[in-house]
Design a binder for this molecule. Structure first.
Ligand SMILES: [Zn+2]
Length: 478
């Protein structure tokens, strides 16, 4: 008697991410029962071992663990492409849209961003937002894996619009208390929901946006409930300036002092951290979410991920937001991460293709606290995987022996749109480019309507008459 499995994906170019490299298995197969991987190996071996419900022929396809987007603000897809090429991106470009965002616009953007990311191979979404109604339920229903992080800050209504560099922003304690309560309620309702596919992290927005007392309270709650902390750290010169004014310390030293640097922390960006500060955060066991595309576009900076990894830290990749990065696509992040770091160090050996592929899969999984469940194709792990068409002209020819070229081509030549099929927890989300779990046409139509209405509200607000984007339009540049 052979064991029954629901799916056997066979004859693929497997990159399992087992061990220290990419774990290549030529003519490989993956057997899936329920939500779990129960066999990985040569196709002939697995065909002998299992009775199969459905076979999926992966000839001429790469089979990879599903990609992990370690930092996203999905709602901003409703404002894709409206905040590039400006200084003080958050205050001057994003804040007007934040002021006029509605729950309906936020959810339209969230749906579009999720659709886009699924089509580019993302299976795990580490999402960060002030929750709109239906936010968590959407991720549960659409079938992706999500680490939901409800934002906690103490910024008064209106946010940062009108704030000027050099001023301390006001912190409103009641806002923080309300956000902390909302985060606890969300964790109670959703942490471990959908058979464990949906989990929750605490999201203090940044150390300059909450008092020390509230940061310590969040840390206590996270310790008590066993939740990770997902926080922007040293994310801009503005933050460092606020920290120096308020506490006389730069962010990493301050976080060290208040006990925030440990394995529980996913530190996002580290844009303004020095190499020494990044190494300190890494040595304390925290992980880093690196958003190369976003920080490149909005700051013109390459964050210190190399120093972080050299100090033993784990780095995951994130797309951040499409208002400033323009796409939620891990293939884009892998390529930009490899290129930017080579350019930064004037050294083509820095961050080779196989390393950035590991950051988008197994290293990312450990960084976000899910290394036991996902990130590699191994028996006992969740069946989260993608199939990538290697017959696409830009990925051809395919060489396997004596020289192998697939991984460099996935990183430097793929657009992400070669992803054909994706599966999360044993359920097929996309098959032959057709997303089965969402109505693509309806999502695009809804987001178009919401985006037009949002743009009208922003443009009609006299506070924002001097927006860089409007000035550029008048000059005929956009
Ligand atoms: Zn962010």
């Amino acid at each position: 008697m052979t064991e029954y499995v629901d799916y056997l994906i066979m004859h693929g170019h497997l990159f399992t991410m087992r061990g220290e490299g990419v774990g290549c298995v030529a003519d490989g197969a993956v057997a899936i029962a329920g939500d779990c991987i129960v066999g990985v190996g040569p196709t002939d071996d697995l065909l002998e071992r299992f009775t199969v419900g459905e076979t999926i022929d992966a000839s001429d396809q790469a089979v990879l663990p599903g990609l992990i987007d370690a930092h996203m603000h999905a709602r901003w897809a409703v404002a894709r492409g409206v905040a590039q090429d400006v200084t003080h991106w958050m205050q001057r470009a994003l804040a007007p849209y934040a002021r006029h965002m509605t729950p309906a616009a936020a959810m339209a953007g969230t749906r579009l961003n999720t659709l886009e990311a699924i089509k580019a191979g993302t299976t795990t979404f580490v999402e960060y937002a002030k929750p709109a109604p239906g936010w968590a339920a959407f991720f549960a229903q659409v079938g992706v894996r999500a680490r939901l992080t409800p934002t906690i800050n103490a910024l008064p209504p209106g946010g940062m619009a009108g704030w000027r560099m050099g001023d301390l922003y006001p912190l409103d304690s009641s806002v923080a208390e309300r956000d902390i309560e909302a985060a606890q309620a969300l964790a109670r309702d959703w942490h471990g929901a959908a058979d464990g596919r949906i989990t929750v992290m605490f999201g203090p927005q940044a150390p300059d946006m909450l008092s020390r007392e509230h940061l310590l309270k969040i840390k206590r709650l996270a310790d008590r409930d066993g939740l990770m902390i997902h926080m922007h750290v040293a994310q801009g010169d503005r933050e460092i300036e606020q920290m120096l004014q308020r506490y006389g310390q730069r962010t990493p030293a301050y976080l060290e002092e208040i006990g925030y640097l440990d394995r529980q922390l996913l530190a996002v960006h580290l844009t303004e951290a020095t190499d020494e500060e990044a190494a300190l955060v890494a040595r304390r066991g925290a992980s880093m979410a690196l958003c190369s595309g976003s920080i490149g576009v909005i700051d013109g900076i390459v964050p210190p991920a190399r120093a972080f990894r050299d100090a033993g830290g784990r780095v995951a990749l994130g797309s951040d937001q499409t208002s400033g990065n323009n796409c939620a696509n891990l293939f884009n992040e892998m390529k930009l991460t490899a290129l930017f770091n080579k350019i930064k160090y004037r050294d083509p050996t820095v961050m080779p293709a196989w390393e950035v592929l590991r950051m988008a899969t197994i290293e990312g999984a450990w960084a976000i606290g899910l290394g036991e469940q996902i990130g590699s194709l191994e028996v006992g792990k969740q069946a989260d995987l993608i199939l990538v068409d290697l017959t696409a002209p830009n990925l051809s020819p395919v060489l396997n022996t004596p020289i192998r070229n697939v991984v460099p081509n996935l990183v430097y030549a793929a657009s992400g749109h070669e992803v054909q099929t994706s599966m999360v927890a044993g359920r097929i989300l996309m098959r032959d480019r057709e997303v089965l779990v969402a109505d693509e046409r309806a999502i695009r139509a809804e987001t178009q309507i919401e985006a037009e209405a949002l743009a009208r509200r922003v443009a009609a607000d006299p506070v924002h008459g001097g927006m860089a984007l409007l000035t550029a339009m008048e000059a005929g540049q956009l």
